[in-house]
Design a protein around this ligand. Sequence first.
Ligand SMILES: Nc1ncnc2c1ncn2[C@@H]1O[C@H](COP(=O)(O)OP(=O)(O)OP(=O)(O)O)[C@@H](O)[C@H]1O
Ligand SMILES: [Mg+2]
Length: 255
Amino acid sequence: MSAVPSERGEVAIRHLSKSYHLNGKPFQVLKDLNLTIRSGESLAIVGTSGSGKTTLLRVLAGLEEADRGDVLIDGNAVRGVGRDRAVIFQEPRLLPWLTVLDNVAFGLETQGLSRDEARNRARRYINLVGLQQFENAYPRQLSGGMAQRVGIARALAVQPEILLLDEPLGALDAMTKIAMQQELARIWREEDVTTVLVTHDLEEAIFLADRILILPREKGAVPRLIDVDLPRPRDRSSAAFVRQREELLNLFGLH
Ligand SMILES: Nc1ncnc2c1ncn2[C@@H]1O[C@H](COP(=O)(O)OP(=O)(O)OP(=O)(O)O)[C@@H](O)[C@H]1O
Ligand SMILES: [Mg+2]
């Protein structure tokens, strides 16, 4: 086994700017963003639609290039996608012709694990997301929440330093969503992985994150960073939680 440095998964964002072209003119989405995401930290990114949440996540994933600035992971500049990062999208994008077990094991063999090693590792993560009874099921036999759990198991199984999630629970019904939030909170306690979670859901951000980055709607404005100083496991009905939620709603002018 290779030695793993104890502090891995630190993400330093330095003077990051990104614009797209709209009607032939540059349209600035991210402007001189600076932020260090600590090793093992859970950061939520919130902001109105079009504020650049997905863009930022895609730059961190290496799927999109910044115009200016750098993303450093453990001090090394990100150049394209890498095995140190795994991305979870809104839909799990499972391979329909493979079982749950094979979907999760799929990427592992290409990483050099033997078939047995890959399957053992996959089983561990399938257990972690509570789907041990479904390892031989096909994606069409799963509910939306179960399929999303398979996607999470698949991303964790490659043991990334950084997990990037773009509204992973956005398509789920309210009950399943709350159950999944609890599950994610538990998984993140067990797996020491730096996580960046894009979400529309302010309550979800408070429930899961150590800090919340709020991307402003106006491009000139400076993003805000909020500490979520609540004990874990978090209790949505506690006075401190409700207060935090009110504060966040106020920042969005929704109160
Ligand atoms: N590939 C692209 N080409 C041109 N413009 C783009 C591209 N991707 C995103 N944009 C623009 O960048 C801005 C930010 O988009 P982004 O998808 O990052 O927003 P978002 O915060 O994730 O929004 P939502 O909450 O709706 O998912 C939008 O104005 C969008 O039109
Ligand atoms: Mg988005």
